[in-house]
Write a protein that binds this ligand. Structure first.
Ligand code: ZN
Length: 216
């Protein structure tokens, strides 16, 4: 299994995604065993010649736009840095990707979404377009989703689902480390960066355990 993601119970696949119980597939296409080894050999030789084999697939192969890419979310790369590596630069709503154009004045304001749902507003809210003005994207609710919020007595979220996921990601540490000093013993330590919490109090392992013993 090489260059594969989310494949389960598979063997001898190359560049595949989301397969179950498969073998001899390349880019999710089925080949015979003989064809598979022949093609994989050709592919690996070409990749070795280009210096790509063993590395992550290049960014220009991705269909993802820069601000939704792992480079931006997990490594904190800027738009300029992403584009240097060939990342696509478009907005999610470009070229009608979010459906037909809608007169923005006809889209309900997010502020009209009630905190508490009952049977009547479940019917009137489902299937209606709303717009997250900060994220500049449209979204809607499913009836079953609204029924869940009502049952759990929670307010429906007022943000586009992707914005909610991106904000959750921003809570976690980036996969980028920086040198810092333990704020207690001043020892130099490597710490994962965090976009949201740039002014965190950071302790080394020993001081952190001491802190937990005293305060935990
Ligand atoms: Zn320390």
């Amino acid at each position: 299994m090489e260059f594969c993601n989310s494949c389960f119970e598979c063997e001898n696949c190359f560049g595949c995604f989301g397969l179950r119980h498969k073998k001899f597939c390349i880019l999710n296409k089925q080949y015979t065993e003989d064809e598979y080894w022949q093609k994989v050999d050709q592919l690996k030789c070409a990749m070795l010649d280009r210096g790509e084999y063993g590395d992550f697939p290049p960014m220009y192969h991705s269909t993802q736009y820069w601000s939704g890419s792992g480079a931006s979310i997990i490594y904190g790369a800027t738009q300029e840095e992403c584009q240097k590596f060939g990342c696509a630069n478009f907005a999610p709503g470009d070229d009608g990707a979010e459906g037909p154009e809608i007169d923005l004045s006809k889209i309900e304001l997010i502020q009209t979404i009630p905190d508490r749902l009952d049977e009547t507003n479940i019917g009137s809210l489902s299937g209606k377009p709303f717009r997250d003005e900060i994220f500049n994207r449209r979204f809607g609710y499913l009836k079953s989703e609204l029924a869940f919020y009502q049952k759990m007595k929670i307010a429906p979220p007022r943000q586009h689902p992707t914005r909610r996921i991106q904000e959750l990601y921003a809570e976690m540490n980036l996969a980028v480390c920086e040198e810092q000093y333990c704020q207690k013993c001043k020892k130099e330590i490597m710490v994962a960066k965090n976009k949201n919490y740039t002014e965190r109090i950071v302790y080394c392992r020993d001081c952190y355990f001491q802190f937990l013993e005293q305060n935990g």
